[in-house]
Design a protein around this ligand. Sequence first.
Ligand code: FAD
Length: 452
Amino acid sequence: MPDIAALSAELSGIDLSDDRALLRLKSRDFYWYSPILKKRLDGKAAELLARPKNESEVLRILTACRARRVPVTVRGGATGNYGQCVPLEGGVLLDMTAMASPIALVDGVVEVEAGAKMIDLDLWCREQGWELKLWPSTKRTATIGGFVAGGGAGVGGIAHGTMRERGNFYGARVATMQDPPRILDLEGVAANPVNRTYGTTGVMTRIKVPLTPAQAWRDVAIAFDDFVPASRFALELAFSDGIPKKMCGVFDSQLPPYFKGLAEAVPAGNALALVMVAPAALGALKELAADHGGRIVAEQDAVQAERDAEATPFYEYCWNHTTLQVLKRDRGVTYLQCRFPFEDTLKACEAVRIRFRDEVWMHTECVRFGGRTTMSALPVLRWTTQERLYEIIAAFEAEGIGIANPHVLTIEEGSNYRRVPGDQLGFKRMADPLGLLNPGKMRDFSPLETTA
Ligand SMILES: Cc1cc2nc3c(=O)[nH]c(=O)nc-3n(C[C@H](O)[C@H](O)[C@H](O)COP(=O)(O)OP(=O)(O)OC[C@H]3O[C@@H](n4cnc5c(N)ncnc54)[C@H](O)[C@@H]3O)c2cc1C
């Protein structure tokens, strides 16, 4: 058992807390979406919360923890879905949210402290005519560090792919758990080993991401008689190079009634597409929607909506917010994460949508992968048993649909098509030989040095 009192004394001057109620609260994320993870993770908590103000405090914490063999789990906004920031072996929870300052924006690349909230970062960039290429639907609460280390897909994916695409993650400053801990400046492919590795390979203190010129995005909601024309519309929009867009999600008719603030606008039994499009392309979008039998049922200024605490930007119905919108009223559901094939995308989607229509409510998002466009999906699923969940997963896989399983804890088991290329295991052996960073989340790693 680590001597937490002695560790706290050694770290005096740093913002610390050993309040048990606070530790329980801060040691949770949104793993409870998964009944399987809920069972495994409820009750797990850190023994000490540390909130560093700068890089030198991060290094002091890592040095003291390494010397005492205390695990360190990094925490951003704690909006992850797979218990990524839940400490499995106690120790220190390293809360990065006090390190949130933008540092510089040069030639369309922003450098920022890793604990910055993505909405604040995007607003800061917007003032200079730029915006983030990608953000999660949790933009209003998630940090850039958590997005790089634990997310990586979302709004912007229809135009820019995911954070695993070369060029979307410029680099990071990373604190290691070596003897002694040190700071590495990583850029380009050298930074891949900290990209979507759940904080197991280092603590990012600063991050650089390339930006894209800012747009005054419009949110548009389009109702369709059925899911199939809505999906055909979405795919044609995704392939329409002349229409600048940030997002297009499609929802089968069971889902819109759960969308508080939008449900009333969608006729009962209709499927829905939610789109973010540049103002200059509104006319073209409306023509395209009409070609597929779509009717515009709501429209708003997307940038204004996200600044207004009372409003709901349409992206907060999309990506993994769809599941949350349903969970708010019905705790008997969970979800899947999938990617449809690049060819015959809709055929594969229809095969599972029709077969499981009562149990699986289809929700897709257009996204690019390696220069090709397809739909990924976060369908909402009626929870019965683990066996049934795995039967459904197997049926999806039999149709050529990739599954990034959100009901498991480790990078290796859960990432599938979302895994970032690179030698993450080799890097971990170098950067964290004792395996103290978020232990239990990289399955293939075993500690190289003795922890005795
Ligand atoms: C309603 C809802 C919607 C969501 N939508 C999306 C979506 O659209 N796209 C998407 O990708 N995800 C989505 N997610 C998951 C999650 O919100 C995002 O991935 C988000 O970016 C995580 O950021 P965070 O700051 O909350 O990270 P946390 O949950 O705090 O951490 C995530 C992981 O990153 C590690 N980490 C955090 N900061 C650092 C750092 N500085 N250095 C090293 N490691 C670090 C943590 O240890 C943890 O393993 C959603 C979740 C919910 C609940």
